[in-house]
Design a protein around this ligand. Sequence first.
Ligand code: 5GP
Length: 170
Amino acid sequence: MDLKDHIRSIPDFPKPGILFYDISTLLRHADAWQVAMGRMARAVRAHQPDLLAGIESRGFLVAAPLALKLGCGFVMLRKRGKLPGETIPLDYGLEYGTDRIEIQADAIERGQRVVVVDDLLATGGTMAAGIQLLRNIGAVVPAAATLIELTFLQGRSRLDVPCETLVSYD
Ligand code: 5GP
């Protein structure tokens, strides 16, 4: 099955000039979503994760079912102020300004293997921040994984771990 048949591109979202790859059409197609999760599971299993970390918010949609399939735990990397209890933040640069992601301070045990999961790799800034935050709290990060890669933005070159992807656009 070609998963591209189930991913829609929408021009001028969220801003004029941006072509947005929409995974809603993949999520609502039961067979295609099963196939996508099966392929992701095979690729990610090889990195022997103890946990998957999903990046808010579409990363959760990928990471949580994948963790269930792999029989490992799931932790959330969330935007500012969303997580209860003690949290550890990481600020990272955007094209204009900065953003912050946070993780609960007790989310992982030192030395646990955590694969970071999102829906899409563009410039790689979000994924690089996720990896850094996990390392800051003592995780070993053997790999990253996304459904989609926009290869022309060369996000992969900002990562020092392999990134498993199912579909790429150039
Ligand atoms: P990056 O930090 O790699 O430039 O951007 C990746 C982040 O932006 C991901 O969290 C992803 O959800 C979001 N993103 C950027 N462009 C798209 C897009 O075209 N489609 C989707 N689904 N997400 C996008």
